[in-house]
Design a protein around this ligand. Structure first.
Ligand code: KG4
Ligand code: ZN
Length: 344
């Protein structure tokens, strides 16, 4: 699937993970992710802290990846880097580093769109999907359903109008007094909760007449959790959280998962495409994985979800996407700039 006899370094620094990976002869041979724990106490990523941490972590992270791959920088044939979307200051650290390396070593620079990186994360480990495939990208910053027709040719079926799915997990976790990032915490609690404890509003916008709607809105469900707790008396609220935290987590997760899997099922029916990928941080969710797998068995489609470490942000996905782009002759100029608001 990937081009061979090539040693490529990839760098990802779009948000709060400093990551580097090495791809050699078509395989990812090293992948290092230095997660920034400094944001935990803030309930979200603090952009200025993130860029400073990237500056501190970029050299040791790249060195660790090269060491793990037993590769020297003079063995590199190309360098791939995320240039957007993401936090401006964070993107700039990885991009400047990659440009300097490309210039110093006189090797091609390949700018990678972070969202394409997530989509192509299904090509890190076999089995790979064949084109065309449907891809649901669900992360902290994005929620979109795409028909991937062939390499780098996509048709968007729908996206969120406001918050991303991961953002909803993180914000609801904060309302429930849980830590950041909230997705894994809610996932863990939901495993022991009753998903039918409470019905939260669906984050999927309704189908109109005979037209399928693949648009989402996650701000309503977040507000609904907030108001549900706010409208209780103080002692009731305490009792509710003490006794029913796993049930609230499971009910919230069910509403999100049902909306996402419902959209996938409709898209499979409408397009007739029988390969489906779910990528991005929220694809690590065990409820989403289980429900999508069940739908795949019932509706007869193949499901592709990356390994957990490749669901959340990593540089292996940037390496694989970079190799595809290089093979397609899509290299970048050294004047490439960071594009914080880049979309697919
Ligand atoms: O893809 P990612 O690492 O970064 C972005 O590109 O945004 O996604 C991070 C998001 C966070 O919102 C986090 O809460 C969510 O993925 N997440 C999860 C789980 N693990 C990570 N959400 C639900 N369940 C999980 N197990
Ligand atoms: Zn991401």
């Amino acid at each position: 699937m990937h081009s061979t006899s090539l040693t490529l370094l990839a760098i990802e620094s779009s948000c709060d993970d400093t990551a580097a990976a090495v791809l050699r002869d078509g395989r990812v041979v090293a992948s290092i992710v230095a997660s920034q724990r400094i944001h935990e106490g803030f309930g979200g990523v603090v952009p200025e802290l993130a860029s400073r941490a990237h500056q501190r972590l970029i050299v040791p992270t790249v060195e660790a990846a090269l060491d793990e791959a037993s590769v020297g920088k003079h063995d590199l044939d190309a360098v791939a880097v995320t240039y957007g979307p993401g936090l401006a200051g964070s993107l700039l650290v990885g991009l400047s580093f990659a440009k300097a390396l490309a210039l110093g070593l006189d090797i091609p620079l390949i700018g990678v769109n972070h969202l394409e990186g997530h989509i192509y994360s299904v090509f890190i480990d076999e089995p790979y999907p064949t084109f065309p495939f449907l891809c649901l990208t669900v992360s902290g910053g994005h929620t979109l359903l795409t028909l991937v027709k062939e390499g780098f040719v996509h048709e968007e079926l729908g996206r969120t109008r406001d918050d991303a799915a991961g953002e909803a997990f993180d914000k609801v976790a904060k309302i429930l007094g849980l830590g950041y990032p909230g997705g894994p915490e809610i996932d863990r609690l939901a495993a022991n909760g009753d998903p039918n404890f409470r019905v939260f509003p669906s984050p999927r916008l309704p189908n109109k007449d005979h037209e399928k709607n693949y648009a989402f809105s996650f701000s309503g469900i977040k507000t609904n959790v907030l108001y549900f707790l706010r409208d209780l008396h103080d002692n009731e609220r305490k009792g509710m959280l003490d006794e029913h935290l796993p049930d609230i987590a499971a009910s919230f997760q069910k509403a999100v998962v049902d909306a996402l899997v419902g959209a996938i099922r409709d898209a499979v029916e409408e397009t007739g495409v029988k390969s489906v990928a779910i990528v991005g941080g929220v694809s690590a969710n065990s409820g989403l994985r289980a429900s999508a797998q069940l739908a795949a068995e019932q509706d007869g489609f193949e499901l592709y979800v990356p390994a957990l470490k490749h669901s959340v942000d990593n540089a292996a996905m940037i390496a694989v996407t970079g190799a595809f782009k290089l093979a397609a002759g899509q290299t970048s100029e050294l004047s490439l700039t960071a594009e914080p608001a880049l979309t697919l």
